[in-house]
Design a protein around this ligand. Sequence first.
Ligand code: PLP
Length: 423
Amino acid sequence: MQHHETVPLVPVSHGRGAWLYDTDGRRYLDAISSWWVNLFGHANPRINTALKDQLDRLEHAMLAGFTHEPVVRLSEQLSALTGNVLGHCFYASDGASAVEIALKMSVHAWRNTGHVKKSEFVCLAGSYHGETLGALAVTDVPLFRAAYGALLQNVHVVASPDARQAAPGESAAAAALRAAAALETLLQQRSAHIAAVIIEPLVQCAGGMAMHDPLYVRTVRALCDRYGVHMIADEIAVGCGRTGTFFACEQAGIWPDFLCLSKGISGGYLPLSLVMTRNEIYAAFYDREMARGFLHSHSYTGNPLACRAALATLEIFRDDDVLTKNQATAVRLADALSPLATDPRIANVRQRGMIWACDAVIGDMAEASTFSRRFFTAALGQELLMRPIGRTLYLMPPYILDDAQIDFLGATVQRVFGQVMQK
Ligand SMILES: *Cc1c(COP(=O)(O)O)cnc(C)c1O
């Protein structure tokens, strides 16, 4: 809050498409989709229409002993997108809760099938899976660990497959296999006690847009099978088409045991999250005895408005052939930013679908520590909303950017970067 003495909050009045407008009428291009949630723009007419219709039918009803059309249709449509491999959906309202549900469900499923010792988790170095206590335990961020470590379950942290850690001459795939070998060593020793491995497939987003080869995701799947451990894919940020396919796991040709979705699934409109899982997991809980059932509930579970926003979002994916269109948009984006690739003050330009990122090369530690805030402030002055993660500049824009907006983005990012690096 103290930083806001010098960097005042931006009071947002309304949004339209990729733009947010403040109460003084200034506009900002939302190049990070309002924290990665908004896929098809603000005040999207199609999602608005669906929500207005739903509002007059059913705003909410509890999902215990009751069900409703939006939640059933959404579950069926999402399951169909996995070829019904992940044929069951469990709902909550935010990403962290979805992660906690997957963790709890994994341990409880093992318990119900006679594996009572399996209660430990594995996550990647630099991972981020949310900030409630269970999700924070599998989040490897030193700042959070320092403050809340005493409250958290111990977990195993293994090497990240981050392609930037490839040795000179080593391919991204080889770096991925090296990281997977470290995971295998742990599983060899400890799999009797490990319930699940949780990863963010293809891109560790909050960890600084660290990208890895799909081979890593495929290898984790194989290792989980070999050592009898569940695989949790946290697709809260990378799902919903962000990396080029609807689910990031599709690029590795595998399905996890649990897949977490949130953020973009409601088009950025309403809090909604869910965990998709396999029939074997569902069957492990299917019992008359209450204690063997999965014990978890939230008041707003499966909220009809949120589900309806999600259905409208999926409809846009189908009607507009969004995944195909995004391929061209991603190429346009890379072109517009290509001058940065040859800037000596920029390293590790990388892209996966509709995520573009690079790292600013800054020698001075004090300057590096304030880079993100200075960039954010300078960008606002140029009608652009961007929040670098440390020295990592990234774009995660809504999918609706037109050519003019992409050109604006390319030119403005370069201008703001030049301005910030001069100081
Ligand atoms: C944002 C995020 C979460 C947490 O979601 P919240 O809705 O903020 O609780 C979990 N995992 C990943 C990968 C995320 O990006």
